[in-house]
Design a protein around this ligand. Structure first.
Ligand code: GLA
Length: 679
C-alpha cells in the first residue's frame, strides 16, 4: 500500500496467514519484499508468537494480544482462518483493499479493510465480520487491527486528565509488559484519548512517529506490547470490558476504523496530515462563528430579560451566535431537575422562548441552545412517566451522578423520544446551533453486554438523522467539557467544547496537546471572567483573548458587567479574529520550539500568503533577554513582512526559518499576536 511518502506492506504466505512486512518511508520497488520462512525458535516460542500477523486471532498457539475472540454455537473458542480472496475498490476519496478471510470450519468471514488516502499519507484500517452460518456467534473481542513497529524502547504518548483538566500530555517508555489505555465509562475522553503515538525520541520536526486514532466515542481499549522478539505491537478497538456481541445468522459487524500513519519527520507532519484529513473529509465546510454563551455569566438563573440584554451586548462586541446554555427548560433551577422535560420554562420565558429568539435574530445573530438529551433527573416528569427508560438492573438501584440517570438509548422508544424532542425544538423555533451535553458516565447498564457500543451508535444515528431534516444546524459536542472528542464523533458533530477549564493559562497546555491529533477548527475556546472560577487566577484580558483566539473563539463573560475598556478591547479582538479566522481555522498549524530560558508558548498558523503567530509568556523570569523565534512553512526565497504591535520587520523566508527573529515579552501573562504577510 503506497501513499505519497510511505509504504505499508504485507502478504499472504503459503499457509494463508496475513503477514506484516513493512511500515515506514516509501519503498518503490515492492517486488523486493520477500516472505520470510516461518521458523519456530523453540517449542515454547511458537511461530505464531514470532510471526507478524496483521490480524492475530484467538486460536492456536497464539498468546500475545489478539484482535478477535469468538465463541461459536457449539462452544468452540478458537478461530482458525484461511485466506480466500482480495478486492480493490476505488472510491472518490480513497482506494480500498479488502482481504477476505474465512474460518476453516465455521462460516465466519473476516474482511480486513485498508483505505488509502494517498495525498494525506494516511490509512484507515477496520474489520468486518460476517456470520454466514445458521447459528449465533458470540464476539467477545474485536480490535480493528494489529500494527507492528520494528523497534524496541519506543515512547508511547497519549493524554491523561479529568474534568477541568483534559488533554494533559504524557510520555511513557515502552518496555516489557503491556501498556493498556482505555475507557470504560461510556464517554471516550476525559481520562485518556483513543489514539496512540509511538515514537523514537521524536521532536516536532525530526524522528520516527507511528500513530493511529480510533474512530470511536465509547468504550475503547488499546494495548502496546514490546515483545520478546524485537518489535513493538499496538492495537486498538472496542473495549472487551463488559462486552459481547451476538452476531446473528446473516448479519455483519464492523469494527471502528483506525486512522493511522507514519511520519519520518516528527510530530508536526502527523498533526498536519490528520488536521488536513479532518478538515477535508470529516468536518463540515465553512468557518465557525464567534459565539457568546451565557453559562458562566448566569448559571441556571436564566431569565428572558437578562438573556435579551446579553444578546444585545454580544452583538455590540461582534459575536455572531448567541447560545443559551443550561436552565431554560422544565423545572431546571439547579442540577437536580428538568432533564428530560424539554418544554420551555414558563417562569423564565413567560411568552415562550421565541421572545428571546426574535430579539437575537433582530440583532442579526444566530441562535443556539443547550440540551442534554441522553439524561433524566429522578425528579423530572419524564422519569415519573417512564422509570424503565433509564439504564438499570431490576434488582439494583441505579446510581445518580450530577443527580441524573442515563436514558437507555438502545431502546427504540427512547431513541424515538429524543429524535422527536430535537425535531420539535428545531421545527418550532429558529435554532441554528445545538450544544449537546452529557454530564455523567453510564452505570448499572441493562442485561445486554452490547449496550456500551449501541448507546454510542444510537447517539450518532440521532444526530445524523436530525441533521438530515435540519441540515443547516451546527452541533456542538460537549461532555462536561472535553469528555467527547475523538475521531468517531468528529464530523458527526461540528464544534467541540474543549474543556470546562477556561483559565487562559491552563488552556495553553490543553490546546497544545489537543492540536497533536485534533484539528483547530474543532477546538472551541472561550474568553471568560476573572478571577477564573476554577483557578481563581486573574489574567489580563488581552492574554485571555489571544489564548481563546488559538481555536474557534467564544466569549463566556458576564458582558453586562464589562467596563468601557473591556468593551473596546473585546471589539478590537473579535474584529481581528474575524480577519484572521480563515488562517486559524483552516490554515496549517505549527508548534514552534525555542531555546529561551523563559517558558514561551509560540504557535504559528499559515494559509497561502498569510500567517499569524501567537506568542505567550506567562511569567517573565530572571531578567531574560527575549526569545529567537524560528518560523516554519514559509517560502525560502520570498520576502515576508511581520506586523508586530510595536513595529514591523521585513525578512526573507529562509532568514525567518533558519536564523529567526528576536522578540521579547516581559511581565506576567504577556502575549502578542503577530501577522505574517508574504510580500
Ligand atoms: C457542563 C458543560 C458546561 C455547561 C454545564 C451546564 O458542565 O461542560 O459547559 O454547559 O454543563 O450545566
Amino acid at each position: 500500500l503506497q501513499t505519497r511518502s510511505n509504504s505499508y506492506a504485507f502478504g499472504i504466505d503459503n499457509q494463508g496467514l496475513v503477514r506484516h512486512l513493512y511500515w515506514g518511508s516509501r519503498i518503490n520497488a515492492m517486488e523486493d519484499f520477500e516472505m520470510p520462512e516461518l521458523a519456530e525458535v523453540s517449542t515454547n516460542d511458537p511461530v505464531y508468537e514470532i510471526t507478524k500477523e496483521e490480524f492475530p486471532v484467538y486460536g492456536g498457539l497464539r498468546y500475545k494480544e489478539h484482535c478477535l475472540k469468538v465463541t461459536f454455537a457449539d462452544g468452540t473458542r478458537d478461530v482458525a482462518y484461511e485466506y480466500v480472496n482480495y478486492e480493490i475498490q476505488k472510491n472518490e476519496q480513497c482506494e480500498e483493499l479488502v482481504i477476505i478471510l474465512k474460518d476453516k470450519h465455521y462460516a465466519l468471514v473476516m474482511e480486513l479493510h485498508y483505505k488509502i488516502y494517498e495525498a494525506y499519507d494516511l490509512m484507515e484500517r477496520f474489520v468486518v465480520l460476517k456470520n454466514e452460518s445458521t447459528e449465533v456467534m458470540q464476539i467477545e473481542k474485536l480490535h480493528s487491527g494489529q500494527f507492528h513497529v520494528p523497534y524496541e524502547g519506543l515512547n508511547f504518548r497519549n493524554v491523561h486528565g479529568h474534568w477541568g483538566a483534559e488533554q494533559q500530555k504524557f510520555v511513557q517508555k515502552v518496555d516489557y509488559g503491556k501498556i493498556i489505555f482505555e475507557n470504560r465509562r461510556g464517554i471516550s475522553s476525559h481520562n485518556h484519548n483513543p489514539y496512540f503515538i509511538l515514537d523514537q525520541d521524536a521532536t516536532e520536526t525530526t524522528g520516527n512517529v507511528y500513530f493511529g486514532a480510533l474512530r470511536m466515542t465509547g468504550n475503547f481499549s488499546g494495548a502496546v506490547e514490546q515483545t520478546q522478539y524485537g518489535e513493538t505491537l499496538v492495537q486498538m478497538g472496542i473495549n472487551t470490558h463488559d462486552f459481547t456481541w451476538d452476531l446473528k445468522p446473516g448479519e455483519s459487524f464492523a469494527s471502528p476504523e483506525i486512522l493511522c500513519g507514519y511520519s519520518a519527520d516528527g510530530f508536526q507532519t502527523m498533526s498536519h496530515n490528520l488536521h488536513q484529513f479532518a478538515n477535508d473529509f470529516l468536518l463540515r465546510e465553512g468557518l465557525r462563528p464567534v459565539l457568546y454563551n451565557s453559562w458562566e455569566a448566569t448559571g441556571f438563573d436564566v431569565t428572558v430579560q437578562e438573556q435579551k440584554k446579553l444578546a444585545a451586548k454580544a452583538k455590540e462586541l461582534g459575536a455572531e451566535l448567541f447560545v443559551v446554555d443550561d436552565g431554560w427548560f422544565g423545572q431546571r433551577h439547579g442540577i437536580d431537575n428538568g432533564l428530560g422535560d424539554w418544554y420551555v420554562n414558563k417562569e423564565k420565558f413567560p411568552n415562550g422562548i421565541d421572545e428571546l429568539i426574535d430579539e437575537v435574530k433582530a440583532q442579526g445573530l444566530l441562535f443556539g441552545i443547550w440540551v442534554e438529551p441522553e439524561m433524566v433527573n429522578p425528579k423530572a416528569e419524564l422519569y415519573a412517566k417512564h422509570p424503565d427508560w433509564i439504564y438499570h438492573f431490576d434488582t439494583r438501584e441505579s446510581d445518580t451522578s450530577r443527580e441524573q440517570y442515563v436514558l437507555d438509548l438502545t431502546k427504540n422508544e427512547v431513541k424515538a423520544f429524543v429524535l422527536e424532542m430535537l425535531d420539535n425544538l428545531l421545527s418550532n423555533h429558529e435554532i441554528d446551533y445545538i450544544k449537546w451535553d452529557a454530564n455523567r458516565p453510564i452505570s448499572q447498564t441493562n442485561l445486554k453486554k452490547d449496550l456500551w457500543y449501541k448507546h454510542i451508535q444510537a447517539l450518532y444515528d440521532i444526530v445524523k438523522e436530525t441533521k438530515k431534516k435540519h441540515p443547516a444546524v451546527l452541533f456542538e459536542a460537549c461532555a462536561s467539557g472535553g469528555g467527547r472528542i475523538d475521531y468517531g464523533i468528529l464530523g458527526i458533530f461540528d464544534d467541540f467544547w474543549t474543556s470546562d477549564n477556561t483559565d487562559a493559562y491552563d488552556r495553553l497546555f490543553i490546546q497544545d496537546a489537543y492540536s497533536y491529533i485534533y484539528p483547530i477548527k474543532a477546538m472551541r475556546a472561550w474568553v471568560t471572567d476573572c478571577p477564573n472560577f476554577l483557578s481563581n487566577r486573574v489574567i489580563p484580558m488581552k492574554f485571555r483573548y489571544h489564548s481563546a483566539m488559538m481555536g474557534t473563539l467564544g466569549i463566556g463573560c458576564n458582558i453586562l458587567k464589562f467596563t468601557e475598556e473591556d468593551i473596546a478591547l473585546s471589539q478590537e479582538m473579535i474584529a481581528q479574529y474575524k480577519e484572521i479566522r480563515p488562517i486559524i481555522q483552516e490554515g496549517t498549524f505549527y508548534r514552534l520550539n525555542h531555546t529561551s530560558a523563559n517558558d514561551y508558548f509560540l504557535y504559528e498558523y499559515m494559509k497561502g500568503n498569510e500567517g499569524v503567530l501567537f506568542a505567550f509568556l506567562p511569567q517573565s523570569k530572571l531578567g531574560h533577554r527575549g526569545v529567537t523565534v524560528k518560523l516554519r512553512g514559509l517560502e525560502e526565497n520570498a520576502s515576508y513582512e511581520l506586523l508586530m504591535e510595536d513595529g514591523k520587520l521585513t525578512k526573507s523566508g529562509s532568514y525567518l526559518m533558519k536564523h529567526g527573529f528576536d522578540m521579547r515579552l516581559t511581565g506576567d501573562y504577556a502575549s502578542m499576536l503577530i501577522r505574517i504577510n508574504k510580500l
